[in-house]
Structure formats: structure tokens, C-alpha cells
Design a protein around this ligand. Structure first.
Ligand code: CDV
Length: 318
């Protein structure tokens, strides 16, 4: 008997700019609106960008701890974000959300650039903390825009796990992570079938100097398309786009098939939902042929993660 295909309808909820003056409640309302639209388009899962609850604050230098702390969530769900979880459960839709996370542990407060995966009942399945923090740790007064991720965040301490969820194997990464092949490969070695990620990418002024927008867009697509193809996985990349507080941010949110083809891409720099039916079984072809890692790599030399998603309690949704 032929098993029915595992088709997951995924929405990429690109956000336009978020002003510094926007309150959490206002932003959460925008997200709720996008979530409802995704539900109307029959999405199983809607993906929001990196740091989706605030303006991209690492572009500014703040001296005082309280000026930085106001961008961070001390609990998730918290008082303002709880609505997202409740609405997701009501609608029966999963979501992925990027936010700034503050954790108190024995060594004091830690701050992470985090994303969570939430199931259709409004329960968190998994959490990822950004590993590749770009930019610089010191204030650079000569620069028009700072990129102080290295000052405001700790390096993620959870690795690149994957989870059995949405009838497939799902992983997350965040923004700059998408430029690094090992991000995808770490998850590819665990059999990932869908990688969801959000990004905040300046259209012309990355921390490494001026870059014309066509190159920023090229590198965005190139990284995500090759990550998808070389690991035979779907990739959903979601931007915070448009002119945010005077800084132009790249759009181009995309849903990419395991062939490396872009099957849906945002056309605006605003709040925009793109949707695609992602057949997770479409990963099988390349996973069992050209990118059959067991057959064609040398696991004894280069490692093969044999523990598959779900074999540990933490990763297993079922
Ligand atoms: N938020 C990011 O991680 N942005 C980085 C760069 C441009 C600073 C990115 O790789 O898009």
C-alpha cells in the first residue's frame, strides 16, 4: 500500500518594519492577524522572523542595562505573548517565533537570540538559540548602524537539534546561521525534512561593509537554496523587511524545496504571507540517492549522527 504523502502547508509570515515605539501588544496584534490569515489559507504551521516582537535593537548602542533589557522576554509565553499560544490552539495551527530571551541561572542572567517551535495545541515543542552571532561586541561610533549581537547575546548553548513534529523532522536556525553550511549539515545528519528560520538582514549595510542589495538578495537565496539541496530538506526563510527606523532591510522571504528550487517568494517589503504545500516525502529522493549520507560520506572520518529525532525525550513530540 502506498502511504499518503506527508504534505505540510507552511506559511512564511514576513513582517514589515517594527518601529521602536511599537508596544509588544501592538506587535502581537500584527502577528495574530498574520496567524489568522495563515489559518484561512489552511496552513499547518506559520513561521515568523527573527526577533519578531521588537525593532532590530542590535543596530543601536545602549549603555544602560534597563535600556537593553526591555527588548527581552523573561518568560515565554509571557503576559503579552500568551495570546499567540491561545490563538494557535484555538485555530489548530503551529508556529515558529523568534524573540530575545533572558534566562536567570546560577551564573547570573544569560541572553539569547532564540526561536521556538509551537505545536497545534499551543504547546512548545522545541527551542533553538542562535549559534552564529554576527557583528561586533564593541561600540563603533563611526558606523551609521551598529550590529551589537555579540554584545547583547550569549552564544546559543543548545546545538542544532531536530524534533519529530508536524508528521516530519523539523529543525530551526536563525538568520546568520543560514550562511554556514554546517548549520544545515548538523540537522541534515539527523534526517531533517524542514528547517525554519527568520532573518533581519540589512539591504545595503551589513556589518562587513557596503553591499549592493542585489548581492544581499543573491547571498540570501544562495545560502538557503544550497542548504536545502545539499541536505534534501525544505527550508523556510522569513524576513523582517523594509525601512525600519531609517535602516533598509532585505525582504525576499522564501519557501525552498529539497531540489533547491524556490517555490514561493515574497514580493513586498511589508507584512506579507506566502504559502506553499511542502511534501515532506519529496525529501526522500535525494536523501536516498545523491545525498545518501550513509552510502556516500565517510562517517568514520567525518561523523554521522545516528541518533534520530525523537530518540531522546527532549526532542520527541510524540
Ligand atoms: N541578524 C543577522 O544575523 N544578520 C546577519 C548580518 C547581515 C548581520 C545576516 O547574516 O543576515
Amino acid at each position: 500500500m502506498v502511504e499518503p504523502n506527508r504534505v505540510l502547508t507552511v506559511g512564511a509570515a514576513q513582517l514589515g518594519p517594527i518601529a521602536l515605539s511599537e508596544t509588544r501588544a501592538q506587535v502581537v496584534n500584527r502577528l495574530l492577524h498574520m496567524m489568522t490569515r495563515a489559518h484561512e489559507r489552511r496552513c499547518d504551521l506559520v513561521v515568523f522572523p527573527e526577533l519578531a516582537l521588537t525593532s532590530f535593537f542590535p543596530r543601536w548602542h545602549f549603555d544602560k542595562a534597563e535600556d537593553i533589557d526591555r527588548f527581552f522576554e523573561k518568560s515565554m509565553p509571557g503576559p503579552e505573548t500568551r495570546l499567540l499560544f491561545e490563538r494557535a490552539a484555538e485555530l489548530g495551527i503551529g508556529f515558529c517565533l523568534g524573540f530575545a530571551e533572558m534566562v536567570d541561572d546560577a551564573d547570573g542572567a544569560k541572553r539569547f537570540n532564540t526561536s521556538i517551535l509551537v505545536d497545534k495545541t499551543g504547546v512548545e515543542i522545541g527551542r533553538y538559540r542562535k549559534v552564529h552571532l554576527p557583528g561586533h561586541a564593541d561600540y563603533k561610533p563611526a558606523r551609521k548602524w551598529q550590529h551589537l549581537e555579540k554584545a547583547y547575546f550569549d552564544v546559543g548553548d543548545l546545538g542544532f537539534p531536530v524534533w519529530r513534529a508536524f508528521d516530519g523532522i523539523v529543525g530551526m536556525c536563525i538568520c546568520n546561521d543560514r550562511r554556514w553550511p554546517e548549520t544545515y549539515r548538523m540537522m541534515g545528519l539527523q534526517g531533517v525534512e524542514l528547517i525554519v528560520l527568520g532573518y533581519n538582514t540589512p539591504a545595503t549595510e551589513p556589518p562587513w561593509g557596503f553591499e549592493p542589495t542585489h548581492l544581499a538578495a543573491l547571498h540570501n537565496n544562495l545560502s538557503m537554496q544550497s542548504g536545502a539541496y545539499q541536505n534534501a530538506t525544505w527550508v523556510v526563510g522569513v524576513a523582517k523587511a523594509g525601512r525600519e527606523e531609517g535602516c533598509d532591510m532585505l525582504g525576499g522571504s522564501a519557501i525552498i524545496a529539497p531540489t533547491g528550487e524556490i517555490v514561493a517568494q515574497a514580493r513586498t517589503l511589508d507584512d506579507e504571507l506566502i504559502v506553499a504545500d511542502c511534501d515532506l516525502d519529496a525529501c526522500n529522493h535525494y536523501k536516498s540517492t545523491v545525498f545518501n549520507f550513509v552510502e556516500h560520506r565517510q562517517p568514520d572520518k567525518y561523523g554521522l549522527i545516528t541518533e534520530t529525532a525523537g530518540s531522546s525525550g527532549r526532542r520527541d513530540q510524540e
